[in-house]
Design a protein around this ligand. Structure first.
Ligand SMILES: C[S@@+](CC[C@H](N)C(=O)[O-])C[C@H]1O[C@@H](n2cnc3c(N)ncnc32)[C@H](O)[C@@H]1O
Length: 219
């Protein structure tokens, strides 16, 4: 991860922590864990083209892990709410040694995940929107269309930092406490309904848990 990438990320954290949600881009270990279902698929099937959705690419840490697994006919759609990150990523896909070779296959939407087109279908969805910073309605508005967009055999992954959300819930008071508990309950319902497995990634700052969802046959 380059110094300029760290700087680009941190410049957005300062004014916009709730939405940016982290203190630095994801580590290689977290990025690889998020793209693991796609990597597994490519081991068994190197040919079938797939559509991939990425929510919240930021400066592209996870995008790079996705791109290393992409076949020549795969398509990647990225939804990013932050204009500066969109600008950074548009520049990066022209010159980054991992992104540039598949630049033609990447479409960057400067839009929130909530605006995902109804009826759009993907084989893999990878979400790093900081759900623990959002209220229950926003979590629902992001997860419902994202999980509905993943086709039957597809897989979705999302991550959350460990420890800090629970700490925040413990010490929050009044209305904020209620909001955080409602948000936690909304997220837990989705995990119970279509979560399949989870994995701890300690080599990230902060450490994170990756949740895998799917397949969505009964969804
Ligand atoms: C924790 S950062 C992760 C960035 C990058 N994927 C990484 O792992 O380094 C969260 C990202 O989600 C984006 N984001 C937050 N809310 C979003 C939304 N509703 N729709 C799309 N992107 C969103 C933020 O702008 C930011 O880029």
């Amino acid at each position: 991860m380059s110094i300029s990438e760290r700087f680009a990320f941190f410049s957005q954290v300062r004014g916009n922590f709730e939405e940016t949600g982290g203190i630095q881009p994801s580590s290689r270990y977290l990025a690889e864990a998020m793209a693991e279902p796609l990597r597994r698929f490519r081991i068994t099937d190197a040919i079938t083209p797939v559509r991939i959705l990425e929510i919240g690419p930021g400066t592209g840490a996870i995008t790079r892990a996705i791109c290393t697994c992409m076949g020549p006919q795969d398509e990647l759609d990225c939804y990013e709410i932050n204009e500066e990150f969109v600008r950074y990523l548009v520049g990066a896909i022209q010159k980054d040694e991992v992104l540039a070779p598949v630049a033609e296959q990447i479409c960057i939407h400067h839009a929130p995940a909530q605006e995902l087109a109804k009826g759009d279908r993907f084989d893999f969805a990878i979400c790093s929107a900081p759900l623990n910073n959002f209220d229950a309605a926003t979590i629902h508005a992001i997860l419902e269309p994202m999980l509905a967009a993943v086709t039957g055999q597809g897989t979705a992954t999302l991550f959350e930092y460990i420890f800090f959300p629970a700490l925040r819930r413990t010490f929050a008071q009044g209305v904020l406490r209620t909001q955080l508990r409602e948000a936690q309950s909304e997220k837990s319902q989705w995990l119970t309904r279509c979560g399949r497995s989870s994995m701890l990634v300690l080599r990230n700052l902060p450490p994170a848990r990756v949740h895998e969802f799917g397949p969505f046959i009964d969804y």
